[in-house]
Design a protein around this ligand. Structure first.
Ligand SMILES: [Zn+2]
Ligand SMILES: [Zn+2]
Length: 682
């Protein structure tokens, strides 16, 4: 850099000494150009770039470099000679300082993937017009690995800010305004942003920019009019003198600069530098009331009173710490609430829900005014007691009764009224609406809409459903195959034992006879005929005897069914095996499923009824084994003579179908001597 005293301008000279084309030589030439103001930045950046490329390729300082590089290198070195023709006037402001109206600093910045650059001009406005002079330029290689263009543009903006601070410290002139220009709307958006947050890289640089500049100072300039573009791209030396690098862009010479407008973030949702929006909320409550909505967490009245009573205990134990407003100590005792605390809690809860529901009414009464026309409490003539509770007025004020009786507390509709109703409904052992309502009133509550609400509570009460529910009927399954298969009588047989009956035992010398008798019922599954046999004990041997008699009279059966009675299961294994050889299976119902033996249990019921009637008629006769046998035979006859289908009203078919008809092929009933005076015993 030289100072030409004749023209009072800066010029440059490049040493013509030839250096070897090695890394050392290149470094020497690049650094031989002394240019503290960065006036030749668009040229020198090219040399710096070349040096960086060489450094990454070759490590040795004195190794000769490749031929292709040498061509490029010589071309650049030759072009440096043209810098000797460059003349930059040293004097910034040629006219008299007193005549200048305004001195403005304009700093441009730009970036490319190759380098970032910034250049500052001073713009002077005086009476004759205005002009601008280049002040300082600066360029830096873009960092490797490559950044995104918006990040590089942001770095260039930071470079411009640094340049501004440098000028501000060094220049002796008073600058009126400072403006920054960039051709990146994204960067302008970052700088002007007040709504979103950025990740660290952008955030740090935006903070740096906003430390020393204001967003209003930043303007947009088209890339073609941006002189910093030259520094970031590098140009040939012969183009430099005629470019806008020294003269500044043409629009600066105009009288007034464009108005600055606001720049918003460019597509903040798609920008990876912008942090996603996080919404945070602040809840502030100023209500000192307990808030009736909290009571909805309780499902019973006692629990609610207990909890509020506990809170009151804690509130009483609260002691302020002097000097610390809003802070204090409290303790929670483990003793349950006393009577006082319960009644205090009751008042607190009721007052709280009344405050919520009847705010206007309470206001009116406190001010001594009549209730509003539309108020639902108008009919009740309400009054406020010493605890601030709304009570029903009525005409019994002078009566010799307790206050609860004279003036019940008004309970507004809502959750608390529901749990009060439920509490008193349970306390009267789930009685109906009438009794529940009575209990509520006796406890001193006037529940608004009480009848309907009580009905609703009872309607959903599970215990009441259990107590008063309609009886449900089981949907019956299909009949078993035995019942619907056409077979001879007593082919499929249900077996069971019933009884016992007390009989008059004959006294035998030396041993006392068993005086209980049972009956075995054999019920045909198809014809519904029955056969009864008397047995003397519940033992297996008695049963086997009965079975043998049955088989002897009615013929062999194919299927026997029974429950798992002990006399059927125990000691009959041999018998079952024997029966199986004769082609008869014995099936047992599953345990505890008496419903599966319904067809013969029903027959037992009929047999008992008939027998009971017989025993009643013959009450003067003492029951002996013989008479019981006779009775059971007659019971069997009556049962087998019962109609199987409804008795017909058709005159063409006057007969009834009975099991006896199927068994005996006879139409008439057997001759029974029931109710006659013919004695059974002598
Ligand atoms: Zn109930
Ligand atoms: Zn009768």
């Amino acid at each position: 850099m030289l100072w030409d005293l004749d023209t009072d301008a800066f010029t440059f000279s490049v040493s013509s000494e030839d250096k070897a084309f090695t890394k050392r030589g290149v470094l020497s030439v690049v650094n031989s150009l002394y240019d503290p103001l960065g006036l030749t930045a668009p040229i020198t950046i090219k040399g710096k770039a070349l040096l960086r490329e060489l450094s990454s390729e070759i490590n040795d300082w004195d190794e000769p470099l490749s031929f292709e590089r040498e061509v490029e290198w010589i071309k650049w070195k030759e072009s440096l000679k043209l810098l000797e023709d460059v003349h930059v006037p040293r004097c910034i402001i040629q006219s008299s300082l007193s005549l200048t109206k305004k001195k403005e600093l304009c700093i441009f910045s730009d970036a490319s993937t190759f380098a970032i650059g910034a250049v500052a001009y001073i713009r002077v406005v005086n009476e004759e017009g205005n002009y601008q002079v280049v002040l300082v330029g600066k360029s830096k290689l873009a960092p490797k690995p490559a950044h995104t263009i918006p990040r590089l543009e942001l770095c260039a903006a930071v470079l411009a800010v640094e340049l501004y601070e440098y000028i501000k410290d060094e220049i002796d002139l008073e600058i009126d305004t400072v403006r920054f220009f960039t051709d990146s709307k994204i960067v302008l958006g970052y700088i002007n942003n007040t709504t979103r947050r950025f990740y660290v890289y952008v955030s740090n640089r935006v903070n740096r920019i906003r430390q020393s500049t204001r967003p209003e100072q930043w303007c947009y300039v088209a890339t073609k009019q941006n002189p910093a573009d030259l520094a970031s791209r590098s140009i040939a030396a012969h183009e430099l003198q005629d470019s806008m690098w020294f003269t500044g862009p043409e629009f600066l010479s105009r009288q007034e600069l464009l108005e600055v407008n606001n720049y918003d973030l460019v597509q903040p949702e798609a920008d990876s530098e912008v942090r996603p929006v996080v919404t945070t909320m602040l809840t502030k409550t100023s209500n000192v009331d307990l808030g009736a909505h909290r009571f909805e967490r309780f499902s019973n009245w006692k629990g609610l009173l207990n909890a509020v009573g506990k809170l009151l205990q804690i509130a009483k134990s609260f002691k302020k710490i002097p000097g610390k407003p809003g802070k204090g100590t409290w303790k929670c005792s483990h003793t349950s609430c006393g009577v006082d605390e319960f009644s205090q809690a009751r008042i607190t809860v009721l007052r709280s829900i009344q405050q919520d529901a009847y705010k206007e009414e309470l206001d009116c009464i406190k001010r001594g005014r009549a209730l509003l026309k539309g108020s639902s409490l108008r009919r009740l003539n309400p009054q406020v007691d010493k605890h601030g509770l709304l009570r029903v007025g009525g005409r019994l004020s002078d009566a010799d009764l307790t206050q609860e009786e004279k003036h019940p507390v008004i309970v507004p509709p809502g959750h608390v009224s529901t749990i009060i109703i439920r509490h008193y409904h349970e306390s009267v052992a789930h009685q109906g609406r009438h009794i529940t309502e009575g209990a509520i009133r006796a406890a001193g509550f006037w529940v608004v809409g009480g009848k309907r609400r009580t009905c609703n509570v009872i309607k959903v009460c599970v215990t009441c459903k259990k107590l008063r529910g309609k009886e449900e009927y089981q949907l019956m399954a299909d009949l078993p195959a035995d019942r619907v298969t056409c077979e001879p009588p007593f082919t499929s047989v249900g077996v069971d034992v019933f009884g016992p009956w007390q009989v008059l035992a004959r006294r035998t010398r030396g041993a006392s006879a068993n005086n209980k008798r049972w009956a075995v019922i054999f019920s045909c599954m198809y014809t519904r005929a029955v056969h009864l046999e008397v047995i003397e004990s519940l033992s297996a041997s008695s049963f086997i005897n009965a079975l043998r008699r049955f088989f002897a009279i009615r013929g062999p059966a194919r299927v026997l069914r029974s429950d798992r009675g002990t006399n059927f299961i125990a000691e009959t294994r041999e018998l079952r095996k024997h029966l199986l050889e004769k082609g008869c299976v014995w099936l047992f119902n599953p345990p505890h499923s008496s419903h599966m033996g319904g067809s013969w249990e029903r027959m037992i019921g009929i047999a008992r009824k008939i027998l009971n009637a017989m025993l009643l008629q013959s009450k003067h006769t003492r029951l002996t084994h013989e008479i019981l046998c006779t009775f059971l035979a007659e019971v069997m006859a009556i049962m087998n003579a019962r109609p199987l289908v409804p008795v017909s009203c058709d005159p063409d078919q006057p007969t009834v179908l009975t099991p006896a008809m199927l068994l005996t092929q006879k139409w008439t009933l057997p001759v029974l001597l029931l109710g006659t005076s013919i004695p059974y015993t002598t």
